[in-house]
Design a protein around this ligand. Structure first.
Ligand code: SF4
Length: 313
């Protein structure tokens, strides 16, 4: 369904001093560095990592909201890396992205019927019944069509965002932290809903979250991201039960357990953006000399797993 090959995306931090203005190179940072992922038909790939690790940049880059600086994106057999907006029209219908914040992703001046109906009209797919069908699919009745976003709860808004995406009959759905602004009970209901529609509509999915337990619940495979790179990838149950990369181990250990108390094993320091070595080295409890000199690449560990760590290469 989707193949991203060696994606890199570089941003520039804003200049904070006169010297910064002339030193463009020092302000550049890699939001994505040589990231490759693939998602099969009806497969869910989970992307997990802490805030700022590049998960959302990856979502926006594969959806071609951003254009990658390097690499290729193949979607349904077609290279969409450098297509312009007009050429991307059909791919954008088939690849729908749902954003984290349901409060800002819906136009407050439009009724739910227009929020769902406008994209359908744009793609020439509008039918009167499509609105109620999409609402029903996400567990809302027809009366919601007349409401405005401010008349909905957070969970209902996220359901409307899912209905809008679903109405376009996508093949791939990208869910970018869609439950993180919701309370716990609503989160669970949205996850159940997503699982159900994934099966009913036979969707492929990229599911992004900072919460490893949620990603494990939703995904067939998991890719762990750190500082713009994928550091470990494999079947979700294997990653949870036997994490190989020290960062994945730290992610799992960071889930607080009231019986054991909580002592973080990794140091809280800023990632080293310019070091030639492993980007996790400043925080890694196992770092040795080679880790500061060379960057480990994502390497096949066994038939199903890949890891980027010298401890396993
Ligand atoms: Fe730690 Fe070295 Fe592995 Fe990086 S390569 S995660 S620093 S042991």
């Amino acid at each position: 369904m989707l193949q991203a090959i060696g994606l890199s995306k570089v941003f520039s931090e804003p200049a904070r001093s006169l010297r910064d203005i002339f030193n463009k190179e020092a302000r550049r940072f890699y939001a994505l560095r040589d990231v490759s992922v693939q998602i099969g038909e009806e497969e869910v790939l989970g992307i997990v990592g802490e805030s700022g690790c590049g998960k959302s940049t990856l979502a926006r880059t594969v959806a071609r909201i951003y254009t990658p600086d390097k690499g290729r994106i193949i979607f349904m057999g077609k290279d969409i890396t450098h297509l312009n907006n007009r050429e991307l029209f059909d791919a954008r219908r088939r690849m729908q992205i749902i954003f984290q914040n349901p409060y800002s992703s819906l136009n407050p001046r439009r009724r739910v019927s227009d929020i769902i109906g406008d994209p359908l009209r744009l793609h020439g797919l509008y039918e009167e019944s499509a609105i109620s069908e999409a609402l029903r699919a996400v567990g809302l009745d027809e009366t919601y069509a007349k409401r405005y976003p401010h008349q909905l709860s957070g969970g209902e808004r996220q359901r409307v965002a899912i209905a809008r995406a679903l109405a376009l009959r996508p093949s791939l759905m990208i869910a970018d932290e869609i439950t993180s602004s919701l309370d716990v009970s609503t989160q669970m209901r949205i996850l159940e809903l997503l699982k159900r529609i994934k099966n009913e509509y036979r969707l492929s999915m990229m599911f992004i979250s900072h919460d490893l337990a949620v990603v494990n619940y939703m995904s067939d495979r998991v890719a762990v991201m750190y500082a713009g790179e994928i550091v470990e990838e494999g079947p979700s149950h294997e990653i949870i039960n036997n994490p190989l990369h020290p960062y994945t181990q730290a992610l799992i250990e960071s889930v607080p357990d009231p019986r054991k108390g909580w002592r973080p094993r990794v140091k809280e320091v800023e990632g080293d953006h310019v070091s030639p070595g492993c980007r996790f080295a400043p925080r890694c409890p196992y770092a040795f000399e080679k880790c500061y000199a060379m960057r480990p690449t994502l390497t096949q560990y066994n038939n199903s797993r890949k890891v980027a760590c010298f401890l396993h290469q």
